[in-house]
Design a protein around this ligand. Structure first.
Ligand code: PLP
Length: 409
């Protein structure tokens, strides 16, 4: 039976899927750029455009391996990469991640989507921090699940509220997400907090999904503790990769490593393997550099130790933002962002997306609103600390000017 040709609509699966860090604000920035304006982009944690070079041996290795990397690889990844990941965790004291427990992906992003698709039935719930890195919420929704956000306490350095987590567990809860170090808040969780989360996971039979992509970007005396090192009787999936610490976000190299109660997860892991098979493999040239990256000189330390560019930039961003009346900032202990709070008395913001669009139009500076990270209040925004001290000083100066006008409306 012929039918009339209708408008092509997106699938209803996308109805509630959001990823606003690259949403309408970015489109507005692109529109302004097309109209000839120069926009300062302080919205995405992508090191390369801010003058960060990847370690030389990674670039060399990528090029040298191109002839070897023409074909598909094993779906879970090439042996050298999986072995390097397994050995890395072994040196970190986690003994039960074998190379067979490692899946290499096109960035952590692909593994987040794949794991949630393999894990969730329609209506299953995943506990996710608020604020979060929004792919966790979006990919949960796309997989048919419901994102249930748990509170993190700003005044205590954005540490998860364990009572709130437990109060949000239901019969449908399947997993709990930890983002540590955290994007957007920069929080780095202490042992007590992690142990508290594992207590809850154990009590209710939850899988722990630990996003540790910023594990090596730590400031001053912050120490990162791998979730997988906390307990071996809970299923833990640890996500990490090369995008941030090794500055090769464009190569798309990441992984998920399975540890703990693996014997309870045979069926789930078969499902994950099926999904890995269906997409053949991840970008093979990038897989070749994983071993080099993990085994080589850890040049990220030069950037975060005293005198290092990332540490200086974090310090300047925090200091300058705190000098603006009505702005408070919890100092980030890790990652590449600051997540300041604007006093609602001085800045009565009704819609934080409109607020950042207004800032963009008036000051040609692009930041992300708190709502993009599923933060429930309208009084936060996120700024990346990747720009040079000079750029940050200019950018935060423009934010200060904008806020001054805002106060006296
Ligand atoms: N997880 C977090 C917390 C992130 O901030 C990001 C990127 O910004 C990702 C995952 C995605 O990383 P990848 O480049 O490995 O896909």
């Amino acid at each position: 039976m012929p039918r009339t040709y209708r408008d092509i609509r997106q699938s209803s699966k996308l109805l509630n899927v959001r990823y606003d860090v690259r949403g309408p604000i970015l489109e507005e920035a692109q529109r302004l750029e097309a109209a000839g304006q120069r926009i300062m982009r302080l919205n995405i944690g992508n090191p390369a455009p801010f003058g960060f070079e990847a370690p030389h041996e990674i670039l060399k290795d990528m090029i040298a391996n191109l002839p070897e990397a023409q074909g598909y690889s094993d779906s879970k990844g090439i042996t050298s990469a999986r072995r390097a990941v397994s050995q890395y965790y072994e040196t970190e004291g986690i003994m039960d991640i074998r190379s067979d427990d490692v899946f290499i992906g096109n960035g952590v992003s692909e593994m987040i989507s794949m794991v949630l698709q393999a894990l969730l039935d329609d209506g299953d719930e995943v506990l996710i921090p608020a604020p979060d890195y929004p792919l966790w919420t979006g990919a949960t929704t796309l997989s048919g699940g419901n994102a249930v956000h748990y509170r993190t306490v700003e005044e205590e350095g954005w540490i998860p509220d364990l009572d709130h987590i437990e109060a949000r567990v239901s019969a449908r809860t399947k997993a709990i997400v930890i983002i540590n170090p955290n994007n957007p808040t920069g929080a780095v969780y202490n042992r007590e907090t992690l142990e508290g989360i594992f207590e809850i996971a154990r009590r209710y039979g939850l899988v722990v999904l630990s996003d540790e992509i910023y594990e090596k970007i730590l400031y001053e005396d912050a120490k990162h503790i791998h979730a997988a090192s906390i307990a071996d009787d809970v299923l833990v999936l640890t996500f990490s990769g090369l995008s941030k610490a090794y500055r090769v976000a464009g190569y798309r190299a990441g992984w998920v490593a399975v540890s703990g109660a693996k014997h309870r997860a045979t069926d789930f892991l078969e499902g994950l393997t099926l999904l890995a098979n269906m997409r053949m493999c991840s970008n093979v040239p990038a897989q070749h550099v994983i071993q080099t990256a993990l085994g080589g000189y850890q040049s990220i330390n030069d950037l975060i130790l005293p005198g290092g560019r990332l540490l200086d930039q974090r310090n300047v961003a925090t200091k300058l933002l705190r000098e603006i009346p009505g702005v408070t900032v919890q100092e980030p202990h890790g990652a590449l962002y600051v997540f300041p709070k604007l006093d609602p008395e001085l800045y009565p913001i009704e819609n934080d997306e409109s607020f950042v669009i207004e800032l963009l139009r008036q000051q040609q500076i692009l930041v992300s609103h708190g709502g993009a990270f599923n933060y429930p209040d309208t009084d936060h925004f996120r700024l990346v600390t990747l720009p040079s001290v000079q750029q940050l000083t200019d950018g935060i100066g423009r934010i200060a000017d904008f806020l001054e006008d805002y106060r006296y409306r």
